[in-house]
Design a protein around this ligand. Structure first.
Ligand SMILES: Nc1ncnc2c1ncn2[C@@H]1O[C@H](COP(=O)(O)OP(=O)(O)OP(=O)(O)O)[C@@H](O)[C@H]1O
Ligand SMILES: [Mg+2]
Length: 393
């Protein structure tokens, strides 16, 4: 069985077109004649000997059809696809160029499969199966809403409705609460790894290539993407690859704080700075600006991106605060607007004038007023200990 040449090159013949699928593999003539070919089961069987997967996770690669490209990451291309005629996302790990990269990718692939196959939650992308040969492939449920990064970029320079942003943040929190309760750290939480359902109402956490089981003591430090990476994960000094650092699940809380900040103001964190500069800035306690963040969310953000991981709250606490805040937003929307009707005049109609749409946009002229107000009431909206970190503005 041979992988289609276009896929190896990373170009889908169906790119841009909807609902047109081709077989991922072309069969060897030997296979069809039955002389010396490996057959479907054999390819899957190799995966089990290489990684000792639960055989029930193994998929038959010859039943995969691929369509258009859904997205590309550093190490993989993801296609819309069909597996045994059911819609799936097909993640094909890029072919390795060197032995070193090959081992690295194999390790990432193995980690992703073993993590995905263990987890089951409404806010986590569902695992369908995997195979190791002829290529490393992971099948997951297809999320047609795209990733959160694309969703946010499409709405710039505006911002999503605040209620919607908080609801997305709660989805992420619930998934993270579940992962942490099961001893799993994601280590690469960022908008490109958060996927939306087709109705754009719900977020699911994806990409478990960096996820690992939490252990006490030191773990490999290079995980994640600088802009969202907790400062304790990287070193500002050059260190040998593979060196270990002490950190725990609170690294995910830091990454979440950056995602929450993006959801609210829809800007790139540390925009205009290179990845390395961002790492230095974060290590020096510099955090994204809070000028346009609603008052009630500032203590939460500050505690989530605290330099000291112990100060960062658990996801269970974050969910509870965001849920209260979400209720407040809904209640405020339901309150009827105050209308001044002169007492002497009879009220002609009960029909209220429609409120202007709530555009959660940034009014720059408010900036100074907001900063002043914030200094006044940077207070205790939250019941957990919330020590603000030094923020350079
Ligand atoms: N199940 C899915 N449904 C729809 N789109 C998906 C799915 N899985 C991944 N994608 C798309 O493919 C992109 C890359 O996927 P993924 O993050 O898993 O790859 P990666 O190479 O591991 O990425 P990274 O660069 O973060 O290491 C995602 O940002 C998303 O746009
Ligand atoms: Mg990714």
């Amino acid at each position: 069985m041979q992988i289609a040449a276009e896929v190896v090159l990373g170009v889908s013949p169906m790119e841009g077109e909807d609902s047109v699928f081709i077989d991922l593999y072309t069969k060897d003539p030997a296979e069809s004649t039955g002389s010396g070919g490996e057959g479907k089961g054999a390819a899957a069987g190799k995966a089990s000997s290489a990684f000792k997967f639960d055989p029930s996770f193994l998929i038959d690669p010859s039943c995969i059809k691929i369509g258009s490209v859904l997205g590309e990451g550093r190490g993989a291309i993801v296609y819309e696809g069909l597996y045994q005629s059911k819609p799936v996302a097909v993640k094909i790990i890029r072919p390795p160029k060197t032995k070193y990269v090959s081992l690295d990718r194999q390790e990432k692939f193995h980690r992703e499969v073993s993590m995905l196959s263990k987890v089951k939650h409404d806010n986590i992308v569902k695992f369908v199966g995997a195979c190791f040969e002829p290529s490393m492939i992971i099948l997951t449920e297809l999320l047609r809403g795209g990733n959160l990064q694309k969703y946010l970029w499409e709405r710039r320079p505006g911002t999503p409705d605040l209620k919607c942003s908080i609801s997305f943040a709660m989805d992420v929190c619930r998934a993270m609460e579940y992962l942490h309760a099961n001893g799993i750290i994601h280590r690469d939480l960022k908008p490109a790894n958060l996927l939306l359902t087709e109705d754009l109402n719900m977020i699911k956490v994806a990409d478990f290539g960096h996820a690992r089981e939490e252990i006490s003591g030191a773990m490999t430090s290079e995980a994640g993407t600088y802009r969202w990476m907790a400062p304790e994960l990287f070193s500002t000094e050059p260190v040998p690859k593979g060196s270990k650092k002490e950190y725990d699940h609170k690294a995910d809380v830091y990454s979440f704080s950056i995602v929450l900040w993006e959801l609210i103001i829809n800007q790139t964190p540390f925009s205009g700075r290179t990845n390395i500069i961002v790492a230095y800035a974060a290590a020096n306690k510099i955090r994204p600006e809070l000028d346009y963040i609603p008052q009630d969310l500032i203590p939460l953000l500050e505690s989530c991106w605290a330099d000291d991981p112990k100060i960062r709250p658990e996801f269970m606490e974050i969910t509870s605060h965001l849920s209260n805040y979400h209720k407040q937003l809904c209640a405020a929307e339901l309150e009827p607007p105050a209308v001044n009707v002169p007492e002497s005049e009879p009220q002609e109609s009960n029909v209220k004038e429609e409120e202007p749409p709530r555009v959660h946009a940034i009014d720059k002229s408010e900036k100074k007023k907001k900063v002043k107000r914030r200094k006044k009431c940077r207070s205790s909206f939250f019941f957990f200990c919330c020590r603000p970190v030094a923020v350079q503005e």
